[in-house]
Design a protein around this ligand. Structure first.
Ligand SMILES: [Fe+2]
Length: 330
């Protein structure tokens, strides 16, 4: 049984005024969002277009994981099914070797696929989505893509709000976020079998936090600009603010947790930075989903470590040289 959390919760902000014509209320929300991002690196948004019934819709989207393994494996990336061409988009089955979390994942990107400058590994940036042969529920594929599109739009609206709230020039912050790129990902954490090494490091025991829950997903900062996360009622998502205090994200079924990814630092002149986060739980079933806002691959970005702007495609290769140089050589 899960121990009762003693962590303070992140704030909940009704962002409906961002989509209204009431400038006073919109300015209040801008201030609340900017303050939450500066102090906690995160907040939970409610009241966005699509919020009503979103928790119910998530249950339909997550029904992908109820399909037979063979049906899901039609979409598996090349790492799991060697004669498949997809390196990145598609299905990541439950790991059968040590890994940093025991989950299965399905992810999609924009349709049509993106273009990219010709850097090592660029073929994976241009990948089309890979869909199962059968829909787990009617209209599942259309709904998955619709959620990708409206969460992308929402994340750009949030970047503009963050800019106004921080007193920065709106287009300097939100402009590089406009475009089409991003990832929508659904995740299912399943109980790990006996002997499974969580953490991905041989011999390392799953980390236990102070209230007794186990680390389900490693402590990390996302790659990209901004992330929107949904989690089922089991919760367990935690955010670490710039004050290094961990806070619990309340699992509101019609809400989305918002936090900064690594490129937000360059876009906000260093005021914000990518938010460290993790998922904890009792090792039972847990589902979550994320939209990850990314610039288009041609868009110039400034790395969190500073330096001259480079294309987002080049930035990814610089950040993950092993992954992209190795794939290019294969
Ligand atoms: Fe993350």
């Amino acid at each position: 049984m899960t121990a009762q959390s003693t962590y303070e919760n992140t704030r909940i902000i009704d962002i409906a005024p961002l989509h209204s014509s009431d400038d006073t209320k919109r300015a209040q929300v801008d201030q609340a969002i900017a303050q939450a991002m500066e102090q906690h690196g995160s907040f939970v948004a409610t009241g966005f277009p699509g919020a009503a019934g979103f928790g119910m819709q998530m249950q339909r989207l997550l029904s992908f994981f109820t399909m037979d393994e063979d049906e899901k494996r039609v979409c598996a990336i090349k790492e799991y099914v060697s004669d498949h061409a997809n390196l990145y988009r598609g299905f990541y089955p439950l790991p059968d070797k040590p890994h940093w979390s025991h989950n299965e994942i399905f992810d999609i990107g924009p349709e049509p696929p993106m273009t990219s400058p010709d850097v090592p590994g660029a073929e994976s940036f241009r990948e089309a989505n890979v869909w199962p042969n059968r829909e787990p529920v009617a209209d599942w594929r259309r709904e998955m893509h619709d959620v990708f599109v409206w969460q992308r739009d929402l994340s750009v609206v949030l970047m503009a709000s963050i800019a106004r709230g921080l007193g920065l020039e709106e287009e300097a912050v939100a402009g590089p976020a406009r475009g089409r790129n991003g990832t929508y990902r659904i995740l299912h954490y399943a109980p790990a079998p006996e002997g499974f090494e969580l953490g991905g490091y041989p011999g390392r025991e799953p980390e236990t936090i102070e209230d007794g829950r186990k680390l389900l997903a490693r402590t990390h900062v996302d790659t990209g600009i901004l992330s929107l996360l949904w989690q089922d009622a089991s919760g367990g998502l935690q955010m670490q603010g710039p004050d290094e205090v961990w806070r619990e994200v309340e699992p509101l079924q019609d809400g989305l947790s918002v936090h900064g990814a690594d490129l937000i630092k360059g876009l906000t002149e260093g005021i914000l930075q990518g938010t460290t986060h993790r998922a904890v739980g009792d090792m039972g079933d847990r589902c979550s989903a994320g939209f990850f806002l990314e610039p288009d691959f041609e868009t110039p970005v400034i790395a969190p470590t500073g330096g001259a702007p480079v294309s987002y495609a080049r930035h990814l290769v610089n950040e993950f040289p092993d992954r992209f140089e190795a794939k290019n050589a294969a």
